[in-house]
Every structure is written in C-alpha cells, then in structure tokens.
Unconditional design. Sequence first.
Length: 210
Amino acid sequence: MRAGAAVIYIVDDDMSARIAAGRLLRASGYQVSLHESANDLLGKLPAFGRGCILLDVQMPGFSGPQLQEQLSKMGCFLPIIFLTGHGDIQGSVRAIKAGAEDFLTKPVTKKVLIETIERALRHYDETHERNARLGTFRELFSKLTPREREVFALVVRGKLNKQIAYDLGTSERTIKAHRHNIMEKFKVNSLAELVSIAENIGALTGSLGS
C-alpha cells in the first residue's frame, strides 16, 4: 500500500503522456491529480498534503522551472520530479540546485518512476517530521519566561552557572533552578540536546526573536 494516501500531481501539456502516467500511477496505488499546465495547477491550487509533483520542463506559459520557483515562493515544498523529453544536463543541474528531487528523461520505465516517487515521498515525510519538531521546539521556546530565555541563551553558548549568575546579577542557585526548568520544558536530559535544539530553531544565530 502507498502509505498516507499520497497524491501525485502530474503537470504536462502532452495529454497522452499525462493520461498514461495517471493510469500507471493509479494502478500502482496512488491518488492522481492531472494538470495540463502550470497555470492550471496554480488555478486549482489545493491544500497540499502528502505527495509530490511530476513536472514537465517545457510547457506553454509557465515552464516547469518557473513553476518550481513560484511554488517555492508560495511556501509549497512538495518534492518535484522533473520529466523531460529533451535531455538537458545544464537544466537538470539547475533544477536540482533549486531543490528538485530528480530529473528524469522520457520515456521512463515504471520501475524507475515508482522508485523515484517513493524516494520523493520519503523525503516529504522526513521534511514534514522535521518541520513538526521545529514547530514544537519554537512553541516551547515561546513559553519560556523572559528570564528563562536569558538563561537559555547563555547556557547553550557554554557558559557555566556561576558565569551566568554573574552576568545576570543573581545567585548560582537561582540559575540552577532556571536551568532545571528549561530542561524540563524541552524534555531533554543533556546540554548537547539543548544546544541542538537552539541550533535548529536559530537561537544561536540570533534569527529567533527573544
């Protein structure tokens, strides 16, 4: 079974290729959404869930790479698999650098297509899980008190309790209590785990508001 009821969005101006790919993927257990152009997909933009996009490179109007750029600006990060009838090494390199999952040249075998889609879906799952974790960490950070945020910022930068106490003009005992509360709130048992969280949410670079 294709877990999570994945939807494969096929965007191709070649109707016969679009329909053939749709039939193949439905027979393989996927849900399929067919679109004749980039504008057609954008005009019927769904609330994207688990899935990926099979995207032709050369189409009237928006090209495949232009659609890739537009979707990125819109915050849609479904994995994109480019399909093209024209082998283009430079184009494939640009697409991959821009975040495409893969770049396949037509005709592509069922085995290669399914393997590529499954890899893209694993990538989607990993990204979704990572973003969910980051969302949880950011929410926990937002619930720290102002003083706990100050202590957090100094702890993850490697300062000792007595140094933090001196910097903040309080007692080492108070800092130990704040540190314990922070570890409890983030449900971690080690400084290394806390530092990892700080790095992931941007607390070490200052990109996360305090």
